[in-house]
Structures are given as C-alpha cells and as structure tokens.
Design a protein around this ligand. Structure first.
Ligand SMILES: [Zn+2]
Length: 528
C-alpha cells in the first residue's frame, strides 16, 4: 500500500466521542484512504505522530474572518490553532450577496469588524463569494447567508418593514444564497440593518431557511426590543423557531460577569423549548468578555442611510447630546470599560490597546463622545474588545461555566474571532487550544468529548458533509497535537501570539502547518 501522506504512530481521536486508539492515517489526494495499523505501508510523505493525538480539524462556527481571509488567505491566526473550517458571516455581518454599490457601502460600514478587504471584488452572489475563497485560503470556508445583505439588497440601509414585495425580494435573495451553498441563515439583532426587523420578519425569512433545512444562527436582540412581542432575548429566538419551524442555533450563549455560576437561569428556557420540540444548538467561546465594533452602541436612526449618513450624524455637534443621551438609556449603549482593539490607517493607530476611559480622560472628553470622535477620525475603521473582569474568581467561574456547557451534547465552540487590528481579542489566536488544552485539563474533561464538540457536532449541525470525523472516505482535515502541551498563549495583554503544542495541520490532504510553521499551501475549499 502506498499513500500520498501517512500520519503514523499517533493516538486517533476520531471526532465521534469514541475512545482514542493507536492507529495510522493513510491519505490519498484529498481523502482519508485508510485508518488502521499501516506499518507495512509506504508513503510519499510521513508525519511521525508518535506520542501525539490525531483528530479531525477543528470547526469554528462563528468567525468574523470574512474580510481577513480575503486580505490574507494564509490566515495564520486560525490555521495555527488547528481550525480547518471556519463558518463566516455570523450575526449576518457579511459582504455577500451584495451588488457592487452595496458591497462598497457595507464594506465601509463593517470595516470596524471585518477590516479592509479588497475594494473591487465580485461579491454579487454567494457563488461569486465562494469563488473568492475557494483554493485561496489555508482553511475551508463555509458561509451563512447574512441578514444584513438580505435586507440591503431588498430595501437598502433603511428602517422600513419588510412586507409585501420587499419581503418577497428579501426571500428571493435568501433563497438564492441557500441554493448556492450557504450553510444557514445568520442574524445579529444588536447590529444594523438587522435590528430594523421585527419578529414577524424573522419568522417569514426563517421559513425559507427551514425549507432548505438550514439553521438560523442568531445573536439575540438587544436593539429595538419593542419590535419583538417577547421583548427580544432567547424567548424571541425560540418563538422564531416555533413559528417558522427553523432549527435554531444560539450564538455565544453563556453566563457573563454578574450571572457567573448561574447556568440554570440561561438553560431553563432552552431546555423548556427543546422539550416542546424546538431544535436548538448552542455555541460559546471560553473568555469572560467579548469584542465588537462601536456601531453596536447606537440606536437605529443614527445608522439610517448607511455609513455616509452615520458619519455625518456623528460629526454633527448639534446631534451629539441626543445621541449620547439615547446611548445612556440602554445597557448595551454604554461603552465605558472597553479597550480599542483596532484603529484603521486613517486614524491614530497608536491608540489601539487603550482603555476608552483613559483616552477620554486624557482628551478631557466623555467616553461616549470619545467613541463618536474616534469613529469619525478613523473613518469607521475601528473596533473594541472588553477588558477582563477585575475579579479572578468571576473569570474562573465563567470558564468553568463554559466547560460545563460544553459537556452538553448540543454545544459547540464559536470563537467569535475578529482577526483585525493591532490589539485583537485573544480569542482570535487562542480560542480552540484554550478549550482543547488549558481548560480541558484544568477542569478535567474527557479529551474525546471535547474533540467531538469542536468537530463532529458542528459538521452535523451545519451540513459539512464528510468532515468532522476521521474515517475512510472523509476529507483529510486533520490536526496533530500534543494533548499534554496544547495551549493558547494569546492574552488580553499580548493577544496576537500563536498557540503551542500543535505541530501539524492538514487541510484536504495538504499540509498547511508543518512543525508549527505555515507551508504557504492554500488548499481550503468553499464548503459544503
Ligand atoms: Zn460575533
């Protein structure tokens, strides 16, 4: 027997949750050809995995890499973690399908979260977008159909209801996207234009996703809560599932500083709905605070018309008191306590890493004013992340909660990585090794179980055929790591640091990471 690639001598943890066992993996072309004792076989290339663990490549179900992958397909921060498939467009914050004008406009609007990908790309359909990633990235890329583009293509960046012919247009855009391979429908109801929607609109759109048997990935509503009879939150997501029949996937669903330790409170409504027949899965990332872009602080009218209008309003001193006052009225509108994760080339890039409050004080400004000013100075290309809680106890409790959640068979990991800027959230470089290494060992979870949650689970949920499990006939997406040593090294202090203990990563049978070094191979495909 001869193979193109042979991974020999390792312990195979195949992704199904079955106990690890000594086995060699023989690969021909893109596929796993044999998984057995292959000590008699020859191979063009052998990876010696003696003493190491061999698992399916990790699947990230929530990656804001849409722009980063277009700007640099090597994508070192992801592939070095062992992530072989990323699902982009979570929250519906994405760049396709968009007409030429809408692409330019939304690229600008989203630059705080997606960075600055090339300006002249054909992103007019999901098919076109897929070809911009296919064989141009180190990892496989799956994409959601995003609520943002669906709305923009139907009615532009306007706060108008999607009804009648506008709703028909939106449904057409969504249906085409799913037809062309989008792996689900995603929305973020604290972002725009998504938050202009009502629950009824969500139900109508989700009926289309349900027809394709694709899930809704949802960031729960905290804007325009009066547009949901439930007042938004998890109850709205459940209601959408009940009324439309769509499978529901809850994004970054975990406890937070203030609710740490109280899993019962967040899980009770989920388990109740599941017992009533709603099909729900969930994801989380293993850090106590998040990251986003400042657009999430403002009420709907400030964004109306798109980025040009947004900048006009933020620059207008006469509107400032009203904007600041409306921000202060809602919890999600209060920006104090965050850190700039990135300031684009038109702003003062050296300000990245600074606490909002410190910078506001040094400018003798208020925090909300500072946020408005920096958005103007950077031409909207700026983003932020949380600062970790002062209390180590709170931090540790949330980590413990995350691992307990991940013990549930309906959970998976979504890094929520935002791999742009000078001071990104450390999850962009360390999410998966943190879970599979540090936290698994700290809280003593079974390796096989943790691996199942980041491989088979997401592959099944999002229809990534022949991925997520190591077996003959499946695609050879494989990560080889040292189970005792795999660890994140990215921190809030020093976030852009690669992990350790992950010497080899294989994507579609090609070696993407070899002895912890990028090979330069771009074997990633548009999937499923
Ligand atoms: Zn997100």
């Amino acid at each position: 027997m001869h193979f193109d690639l042979l991974i020999s001598g390792g312990t195979v943890v195949d992704g199904t949750g079955a106990p690890g066992r000594r086995a060699d993996v023989g690969i021909n072309g893109k596929e796993i050809a044999a998984l057995d004792d292959l000590s008699e076989a020859t191979a063009t290339r052998v990876i010696d995995a003696t003493g190491l663990t061999v698992t399916p490549g990790f699947i990230d179900v929530h990656a804001h890499s849409d722009g980063a992958l277009l700007a640099d397909g090597q994508h070192a921060n992801g592939i070095r973690q062992g992530i072989t498939t990323e699902i982009i467009a979570p929250d519906g914050l994405t760049l396709a399908p968009l007409s030429v004008e809408n692409y330019r406009m939304y690229r600008w609007y989203l630059s705080g979260i997606l960075g600055l990908p090339p300006e002249n790309l054909d992103m007019s359909s999901i098919a076109a977008a897929r070809s911009n990633y296919h064989h141009k990235t180190s990892c496989n890329v799956a994409t959601f159909a995003g609520h943002g583009p669906v709305r923009l293509e139907a009615v532009g960046f306007e706060d108008v209801p999607l009804t009648g012919s506008a709703l028909d247009r939106a449904k057409g855009v969504l249906s085409d996207a799913l037809e062309q391979g989008a792996c689900g429908f995603a929305t973020g109801l604290s972002y725009y234009p998504q938050s202009y929607s009502t629950t009824d609109e969500m139900v109508e759109l989700c009926k289309v996703a349900a027809e394709f048997d694709r899930p809704l990935s949802i960031h729960l509503r905290n804007h325009n809560v009066d547009r949901a009879p439930t007042g938004g939150g998890v109850e709205e997501a459940i209601e959408i599932g009940k009324q439309s029949g769509v499978k529901v996937h809850l994004e970054h669903y975990r406890t937070q500083p203030g609710s740490e330790g109280d899993l019962e409170a967040i899980l009770a409504p989920v388990d109740r709905a599941k017992s009533e027949g709603v099909d729900i899965t969930l994801e989380t990332y293993p850090y106590p605070v998040g990251s986003s872009f400042p657009q999430s602080f403002f009420p709907g009218w400030v964004h109306e018309g798109g980025p040009e209008k947004l900048l006009e309003r933020l620059s207008d001193r006469s509107l400032r008191p009203q904007i600041v006052e409306e921000m202060s009225r809602v919890l999600y509108g209060r920006p104090a306590g965050n850190v700039w994760s990135w300031i684009g080339p038109e702003g003062d890039e050296s300000l990245a890493g600074m606490l909002f409050d410190d910078l506001a004080a040094s400018r003798e400004s208020s925090v909300p004013d500072l946020v408005c000013d920096l958005m103007v100075e950077s031409n909207l290309a700026c983003g932020f992340r949380g600062a970790p809680p002062h209390s180590t106890r709170v931090w540790r409790q949330i980590e413990e909660d995350v691992m307990e959640l991940l013990a549930r068979p309906d959970y998976m990991i979504g890094s929520d990585a935002i791999p742009v800027g000078q001071q990104p959230h450390p999850r962009a470089y360390g999410c998966f090794p943190r879970v599979v290494g540090r936290l698994r060992r700290r809280y003593r979870y079974l390796l096989e179980q943790v691996v199942q949650r980041v491989t088979q689970n997401p592959a099944e949920r999002f229809g990534l055929d022949r991925r997520g499990v190591l077996k003959p006939g499946n695609f050879a997406d494989i990560v080889v790591f040292d189970a005792d040593r795999i660890n994140d090294r990215s921190s809030f202090e020093d976030p852009a640091v690669f992990p350790e203990g992950i010497p080899h990563v294989v994507v579609n049978g090609q070696v993407a990471v070899d002895h912890e070094r990028l090979t330069g191979v771009l074997a990633g495909e548009a999937v499923p």
